[in-house]
Each structure stands twice: as structure tokens, then as C-alpha cells.
Design a protein around this ligand. Structure first.
Ligand SMILES: Nc1nc2c(ncn2[C@@H]2O[C@H](COP(=O)(O)OP(=O)(O)OP(=O)(O)O)[C@@H](O)[C@H]2O)c(=O)[nH]1
Ligand SMILES: [Mg+2]
Length: 430
């Protein structure tokens, strides 16, 4: 691994009180000595310095810290420079660093170094990506769990068990029964079954993890003019969607993100469903149907209690100010006009979200990448068990392939495409 000297702005670009510039490389002691103008210094110690260019002109007053590899984020030497957060200062410091043969880092290059220097595995990187994107508290918690190695521990344990099982299976082929533990074949099959159940349990949290990471999709659906857009605006807290008494006002999906109870929610207002003759409205209604399919939760809006209440989703009876009977417990009555029923509606949404999340306090956080690989591992283990006919050769091969799939999740077994795809999702300076 070539650890040439790279640098990047680690804080957000633009004007700020303090900017953080990170430098990574194999031997940064001379550079650090030059920055603080001292031959000897302590690691992990904050030094105040008047940073000067080669002409002796002051660049900025900075605080700098030296982290000696391998005890650093990347495993290489790292210098952190805290300067004033002005674009002109940052540019000048970048120029200064270029003078020391350093180059600007590519996207995700710091984390890539951490990965190749065994400071992070790919599940940690997934966690870091998710943490940097976290908008809500639940997202922060879930990401931190991955980032701090919770997932890696579980995957590593699964992989080790698979390697052990395949090693035993191979031993059955190679050794006399007398030399092997009693009932070894039964034990292998039992352990494989137990492990398979654990993996299935882990993957079952995917839907909720996805909902936490990407947001919970909630769609407002119903006939025209029942007040979907009015409810949408009420929940969002601003007049995002057009409201009018003309049926068929909303013709396209209007979506926005809101925070309900710490969960990120992608709320969509849709075109009212009716037998439209207008071409554009027809397309809008088609989109409504797509939105229902993608939704984790549908709010069905009416102005009267329907004959049939859909068991999934929440049934909302809006314009309750026009009703005399508002006593049906299976529905939520709202009135945008009188501003009533919205606490009940929000509570019902929270309950539904918690229902969906229940049992999903899954042990691992799963994203699209890990979901596919975990599925591969499950398929291989199922094949191993289903195709087992006393022949351990094929059995062991399936388990080995399962272990490889888990190895790919961790990045222990890695193709550069997997790593590249992961790191390119990070920003500069990470
Ligand atoms: N009385 C009463 N009128 C309401 C209420 N909510 C909405 N309205 C009115 O009903 C009309 C339709 O509201 P919208 O929010 O545009 O209805 P929509 O379901 O989005 O309609 P489409 O986009 O055409 O499908 C508007 O004139 C609103 O002011 C309510 O709670 N009570
Ligand atoms: Mg509308």
C-alpha cells in the first residue's frame, strides 16, 4: 500500500470559525517539525503555531496535532491543522502542503487508507457513511452501532462458525470415524441449522433498517377533494402542496422529508384517485399507485367512514367538521379547517412505525450491499442443508461459499469493485 502524502479539508467547505485540514502520510515528522518550528515534539499534543510560508510570511495562526501511525484514523501518520475557516487561508495552507510533495486526497481516500491499513472493515465504513448522512436521532444511533464495530463482531463470528463447519465436513471425508468426535455429522447439521436461523433473523431487520437509514415512506392516498393536500401541508407545517376546491388539483406526487419521533419520514401527497379522462391526471393517478406500492405506510383519506376499512395503513376521515357522528374507533377523524385530530393522527403514525420496527432492534444494520451478500450466504447454507445426501463434499463447498459471502461483507475477501463502490460514497476529507 502506497501511503504517499495526501491532504483534504475535513470540515465543511465555505466560511467557518475553524477549518480542519487533515494530512496523511508515512513519515510526517519532518513536516510537523517544520510547521511548529521545533525538532522535538509530543504526539497527540496541541501546539499553537504561527504557520509561515518559505519566505517567512505568516499564513495563519493555527493549532496543530500530530498522530503517529499506526495509532491514527488511517493507520498512517496524521497531522491535523485547525486554522481559521476562511477560503483564502485554506487555499494558502493547501499551497504550503503541496510544497511538501503532498497532493489533495480523492473522495473517501482517508477511509480507504484506514481500510487497507486494517483500521476499519467495510461494515465500519458503511457505518461512517450512514453517520455522515444521519439527519435524525435514530439514524445516528443505528449508524454508530455499525461504526463502532458491533456488526463486524457478529459477521466475524458467523464466518468463523462457517469455516469451522466446513473444516469438520472436510475432516469427515478425510478421517476414519473413530478418529472424529462422536456424532460429528449430526452436530454439523445442527450447527448449520442454528446458524442459518441466526442469519435469517439478522436479515429480517432489513426493512426497518432501510426505513431508518433511507426514511420511512408514508403516502397520503384517497379520492379527489377529500383534503389530502391540506393534511400534507398540516403535517409538513408549510403550504407545500396546492390546495383548492377543484377536484383533481394535485396531479403529481409531492414529497418532502419530516421528522416524526426521531424517524426520518418521506411524506408524499398524491393525485386523487378517480376515473380521470385528462391524460396528465391519468399519469398522476398511475404514480399514486406506484407510491402505494413503495410505501411503508399508507394514510387512506376519506370524508365519510368507508364500508370496508383496510386492515393495513391508517384510515383518516377528514372534514370531520362537516360530520355529526365521529365515534368510529377504527378510524382517525381530522379537520384541517378546525385544526383537530392531528395529535391523534401523529400518534397513530408513531404506533405503526414502532410496530414495523418491533423485532427489528435487529442485531445488525443492513444496507443494500450487505443485504445481497447476506442473502447469498443464506442461499448457500440452505443449499448445503437441502442438497445434503450423506455427501460432505458438496455440503462443505456450499458452506465455504457462504463464508466467502460474509467475508465480502466484512471486506476480508474483497474485490476492488466492492471497496471502490463503498468508498466513493464518502465525501472529500473522510
Ligand atoms: N370543511 C373542510 N374543508 C376542508 C378540510 N380539509 C380540506 N378542505 C377543503 O377541501 C378542498 C380540497 O382540499 P385539498 O387538500 O386540495 O384536497 P385533495 O384531496 O388534495 O384534492 P385533490 O388534489 O384534487 O385530489 C379545499 O377547498 C380545502 O380547503 C376540512 O377539514 N374541512
Ligand atoms: Mg391534492
Amino acid at each position: 500500500m502506497n501511503n504517499d502524502t495526501i491532504f483534504a479539508l475535513s470540515s465543511a467547505p465555505g466560511k467557518s470559525g475553524v477549518a480542519v485540514i487533515r494530512v496523511s502520510g508515512d513519515n510526517l515528522s519532518p513536516l510537523f517539525g517544520r510547521i511548529i518550528n521545533k525538532d522535538k515534539f509530543d504526539v497527540r499534543h496541541a501546539y499553537f503555531t504561527n504557520l509561515k510560508d518559505d519566505n517567512g510570511d505568516l499564513i495563519d495562526q493555527c493549532v496543530v496535532v500530530f498522530f503517529k501511525g499506526p495509532n491514527s484514523f488511517t493507520g498512517t501518520d496524521i497531522i491535523e491543522i485547525y486554522s481559521h475557516g476562511a477560503p483564502a487561508v485554506i487555499d494558502k495552507i493547501f499551497d504550503f502542503l503541496r510544497g511538501f510533495n503532498a497532493r489533495i486526497a480523492t473522495r473517501g481516500e482517508f477511509s480507504r487508507r484506514a481500510f487497507y491499513n486494517n483500521k476499519m472493515d467495510l461494515t465500519d465504513v458503511d457505518g461512517l457513511i450512514a453517520l455522515l448522512d444521519a439527519q435524525t436521532d435514530k439514524q445516528r444511533q443505528s449508524a454508530l452501532k455499525s461504526l463502532t464495530g458491533n456488526d463486524a463482531k457478529i459477521y466475524t463470528n458467523w464466518r468463523e462458525q462457517m469455516i469451522e463447519i466446513s473444516a469438520y465436513a472436510a475432516a469427515i471425508l478425510d478421517y476414519d470415524a473413530d478418529d472424529l468426535p462422536v456424532d460429528i455429522d449430526k452436530k454439523i447439521i445442527n450447527q448449520t441449522n442454528d446458524l442459518l436461523n441466526e442469519l435469517k433473523d439478522g436479515i429480517s431487520g432489513y426493512r426497518s433498517t432501510r426505513a431508518i437509514r433511507n426514511g420511512f415512506n408514508i403516502a397520503l392516498v384517497g379520492e379527489t377533494n377529500v383534503g389530502k393536500s391540506s393534511i400534507f401541508n398540516k403535517l409538513v407545517g408549510s403550504n407545500r402542496a396546492i390546495v383548492s376546491d377543484i377536484a383533481g388539483t394535485t396531479r403529481d406526487v409531492v414529497s418532502t422529508q419530516i421528522d416524526i419521533d426521531g424517524y426520518l419520514v418521506n411524506l408524499s401527497d398524491t393525485a386523487g384517485i378517480r376515473d380521470a379522462t385528462d391524460e396528465i391526471e391519468k399519469i398522476g393517478i398511475e404514480r399514486t399507485h406506484n407510491e402505494i406500492e413503495n410505501a411503508d405506510l399508507v394514510l387512506y383519506v376519506y370524508t365519510n367512514v368507508p364500508d370496508e376499512i383496510k386492515p393495513d395503513g391508517i384510515t383518516v376521515i377528514n372534514k370531520s367538521d362537516l360530520l355529526t357522528d365521529t365515534t368510529n374507533n377504527a378510524v382517525i377523524y381530522t379537520s384541517v379547517k378546525n385544526n383537530t385530530g392531528f395529535d391523534e393522527l401523529i400518534n397513530a403514525i408513531k404506533d405503526k412505525m414502532h410496530e414495523l420496527m418491533a423485532g427489528s432492534e435487529s442485531r445488525i444494520a443492513i444496507n443494500e450491499r450487505t443485504y445481497e451478500l447476506l442473502n447469498d450466504a443464506i442461499d448457500e447454507m440452505e443449499s448445503a442443508i437441502n442438497k445434503y445426501d450423506g455427501n460432505y463434499d458438496i455440503f462443505a463447498e456450499h458452506i465455504r461459499r457462504g463464508a466467502d459471502a460474509i467475508g465480502k461483507i466484512l471486506g476480508t475477501i474483497t474485490t476492488s469493485e466492492i471497496a471502490d463502490a463503498t468508498f466513493s460514497r464518502l465525501c472529500l476529507g473522510k
